[in-house]
Each structure stands twice: as C-alpha cells, then as structure tokens.
Write a protein that binds this ligand. Structure first.
Ligand code: G4P
Length: 192
C-alpha cells in the first residue's frame, strides 16, 4: 500500500534497530484518510471470505480495525487488557507477552461477542514477534470460531512474527514490510 509505505518512510522515526515510532499517523495522532485506505485494501483482499467480525487488541489496533470493520459492514471487537480474574466464567482469556515492551498482559473477550459461527479477520498495527496475533487466535479457538486471516499494517520482517504465525497455520497479509531499521534508516522489503 503506497500511502502507508510513504508515511513509514517519511514520518516514521527510528528509535533503535528494533523500534520504529509512528506516532504521527498511527500510534498517537491518527491519519484518518490512511485508515480509510487500509479498510479498502483489506476489504479487497478478504471480501470473499465470509468475514463476520474484525478482531484486534487495544489500544493501537483499534483505529485501523474499526475502518476495516466499517468497510466489511461487520462489528469491530477488541480484546481488553484486563486485570487477572480467574473467576470470570463469561470471558475467554489468555496471556500475551510483549517482547517489545517486556510486559505480559492478561487479555479478555466477553463470550457473548464471539462464537463458533464467527469467521474472524485479525487486524493489528505492528507484527514483531507475533505474540499478539497468536494470543488473539487463541481466544478465537477457545470460542471454536475460525481465524480466516491476519491483516497487519507494519510488519518488521527482521523479527520472527510471520514465521511463527505461518507455523501455526495462519495466513498473514501485511501492507508495509520493513526489512531493516539499521543505520537509523527505514529500509523496506524490496529496497535492500
Ligand atoms: P507482536 O506485536 O508481534 O506481538 O510483538 P511484540 O510483543 O514485540 O509487540 C508488542 C507491542 O509492541 C504491541 O503493542 C506492538 O504493536 C508494539 N510494537 C512492536 N514493535 C513496535 C515498533 O517497532 N513500533 C511501535 N510503535 N510499536 C511496536 P501493544 O502491546 O499491543 O500495545 P499498544 O501500543 O497497542 O497499546
């Protein structure tokens, strides 16, 4: 997706060799036009798949996910980062570890919003180590629903996320693939 690639190149700020800051258009201030295009692009890719719901995780996945959901005409559901509560029988729960933030979140989805008839498209802003998407897929499996695909805005191809998701049998589509952040520079796949 050319507009996203352009934004990543021009407005992305390389923090170090692992982290790209995208606060200008995705993680803090949000470019609505760009999110609209994200919705169009994922709709074109998955429109024949019988998607019933878009699933993401708070916080930064919500902005793109809601635009994708609007385009499909289906609800946008997001996993909440909740306090551990093992007594909650009405929710699917799992732990998701963020290597980037070195933090484990206990996440939940209320059972009333996901069931075996759902065909899910997972949307997230970044793919790094893949644990967020694997955790969301775990919640989908608990509900006996099906993950049809995973749509990512920015994939860091030098990290193992895609491989882990593919090994789990999940189809990944990303709109912008970052090959490297070395030398304080964003290099996209295809530019190396
Ligand atoms: P994963 O997303 O593939 O599971 O990888 P990882 O565990 O390393 O990343 C966890 C969190 O860090 C996610 O946010 C993800 O969006 C964010 N993240 C990963 N790499 C980058 C990066 O290069 N730049 C930025 N800006 N964020 C990155 P989260 O924990 O879900 O929280 P939130 O920020 O959405 O609230």
């Amino acid at each position: 997706m050319d507009l996203l690639k352009q934004k990543v190149k021009e407005d992305g700020v390389v923090i170090d060799e692992r982290i790209l800051k995208v606060d200008g258009f995705l993680n803090h201030q949000i470019d609505a036009e760009l999110m609209w295009e994200v919705g169009e692009t994922f709709y074109d890719q998955f429109k024949d798949e019988g998607i019933t719901k878009i699933l993401t995780i708070e916080a930064s996945g919500i902005a793109p996910a809601i635009m994708v959901a609007k385009r499909f005409g289906v609800p946008c559901l997001f996993a909440k980062k909740a306090k551990p509560n093992t007594l909650n029988q009405d929710a699917y729960t799992t732990d998701i570890h963020s290597f980037t933030k070195n933090k484990t979140s206990h996440v939940m989805i209320s059972k009333e919003f996901l069931d075996e008839n759902d065909r899910i498209l997972i949307i997230d802003d970044f793919l790094a180590n893949g644990d967020a998407s694997l955790g969301l897929n775990n919640l989908v499996e608990q509900a006996k629903a099906q993950t049809v695909g995973i749509g990512i805005l920015v994939e860091k191809s030098f990290q193992p996320g895609r491989q882990k998701l593919n090994e789990a049998g999940l189809k990944v589509s990303s709109l912008c693939e970052v090959a490297s952040l070395a030398g304080n520079k964003v290099t996209l796949v295809g530019e190396e």
